[in-house]
Every structure is written in C-alpha cells, then in structure tokens.
Ligand binder design. Structure first.
Ligand code: ATP
Ligand code: MG
Length: 245
C-alpha cells in the first residue's frame, strides 16, 4: 500500500484536482486506489460527487475500526470524503494517522492518495509524516515557484529523505514565463532533490468543468487535453511508483 500525500503549502495549485483525476486514472488502469480528502473545504469530495457521504475522513481518523472507505461508482476507486470537522483537529503533535492507515492494510489498496489542505496544519504534517512519497502540484509562475521551494523545505523539515514528485499544472507552454519557470524547475530539481515529472497538465477548461459536473475529466470529456494528460500522468507514475496494473 503506497501512501502519497498530495501537498503544496500554497493554495489553488491543483492538489484536489490532481488527486481526484489521478485517482480516477489509476483506478481505470485497474489499480485499487483510495482517495482521502483531508481538507475541510472538500473540493475532492465535491468533484467526485461524494460530499456529505459517510464515513468521512474525520470519522475514519477518530474511529478507524468502525469506519471503512466507501466504494465510488468508478471501479477500483474508493473514497473517504472530507469533513468540515477536519478544522477541529487542532494543533496536536500526536500521530493520529499511523493506526488508521495500518488498519487499511487488509483492504489491499495499492495506492492511497491523501489530498492535503493548503498550509501546514495537523492534517498535512501527519499525512507527510506517514507517506511514502509526496506529489506536489505547482503552477509555472514566479510566485508559485517561490511557494514550491518553501513547500519542499517544509516537507524536508518533516522527513529529510521523502521522495518528492513535482507536477506542473495549468501549464501554458507558449508563455515566455512558463519557459523561464521550466528552466528554474529543471535547474533546482537537483539542488532541492525532487523529481520534475515529465508529464504536464495543461490549463484546460474541461478539467475545471468536470469538477463542476462532479466527474473526473476522463469520464466527463475523455478526449480533452486534460483527460489525455492525466492518462499520461497515470502511466508515468505507475512506472516511477512501481505499481502493477
Ligand atoms: N489543469 C487545470 N485546468 C483548468 N483549471 C484547473 C486546472 N487545475 C485546477 N484548475 C482549477 O483551479 C482551481 C484550483 O484547483 P484545486 O482546487 O484543485 O487546487 P488546490 O491546490 O486543491 O486548492 P486548495 O489549496 O484551495 O486546496 C479550481 O477551480 C480548479 O477547477
Ligand atoms: Mg484542495
């Protein structure tokens, strides 16, 4: 069971969009996947049409033995929806994730994607501490890249050796700004010790529309640039993460 925290300190970089769509793509490739919505904003849950469904991630964290994930309408994809109570986790240093995550092992998920809220609250810290890798979606703009190096410092502060995969989202290849950002991302990959993923996710209206229609983009608009990109991302990560589809 490979545990992935989808994290960036900065808001609005596509954490929830990527966790949701990557989860759907991995499931479509036959990989048993669980998506956990750790954000009280519940974007991932809304986008999968499971907002309000129980047990929630909060219920699972606080009573793991009584609360197991729910299967979604997509084969091989299960979910623990978000809960506004996540904001009540407070500032405890206690590891509240280790035991609930251990309890999932008999359910034989191959991948667990944990969609973190922005910032570095309890849920994000715990998800990072309990994950095998971190996926960091970023925008290719100067302000976002500053946020990226801060996010990487924060992850390294929690776990020095955690592998980090950086995903360029809302990618606009024609902009000079994007090319400059690319140069910076490539040159700092070695210094900051992260992998810059080959696949980029374009800025694509169908990706945003799919969330509004409460569907992954691969079912909402399977031929759109966004759907094609998420399928490539799935293939790339299956290789890097060593998954068996
Ligand atoms: N590739 C894309 N193309 C077009 N729109 C996108 C794309 N990725 C994300 N968006 C849009 O950008 C907004 C932010 O995305 P999302 O909610 O996934 O970010 P987030 O990092 O999870 O935000 P938060 O930090 O608030 O949790 C959403 O409105 C989403 O629809
Ligand atoms: Mg989000």
């Amino acid at each position: 069971m490979l545990k992935i925290a989808v994290f960036n300190f900065k808001g609005g970089t596509g954490k929830s969009t990527s966790a949701l769509n990557l989860g759907a793509v991995l499931a479509q490739f036959g990989i048993k996947t669980l998506a956990i919505d750790l954000d009280g904003q519940r974007t991932l849950s809304f986008g999968l049409g499971v907002e309000g469904l129980e047990p929630t991630a909060y219920q699972w964290l606080t009573s793991p033995t009584q609360n197991t994930p729910t299967d979604t309408s997509l084969k091989h994809l299960a979910v623990l929806p978000g809960d506004i109570k996540m904001f009540q986790l407070g500032s405890s240093n206690e590891d509240i994730f280790a035991s609930p995550l251990k309890g999932l092992i008999p359910l034989k998920y191959q991948v667990v994607l944990m969609d973190c809220p922005p910032g570095l609250g309890v849920a994000s810290v715990q998800a990072i501490l309990n994950s095998d890798r971190v996926l960091v979606p970023t925008l290719c703009e100067p302000a976002a890249l500053k946020g990226l190096s801060e996010a990487i410092d924060l992850i390294r502060g929690e776990n020095q050796n955690l592998p980090i995969d950086v995903l360029r989202n809302r990618y606009k290849p024609r902009l000079v700004l994007t090319r400059e950002s690319d140069d910076l991302l490539i040159s700092s990959a070695e210094d900051l010790n992260y992998r810059l993923l080959h696949t980029t996710i374009p800025d694509n209206i169908q990706v945003a529309e799919a969330i509004a229609q409460q569907q992954p983009v691969i079912t909402y608009a399977s031929k759109s640039a966004g759907a094609v990109a998420y399928k490539s991302l799935g293939k790339e990560l299956i290789k890097i993460w060593g998954l068996k589809s």
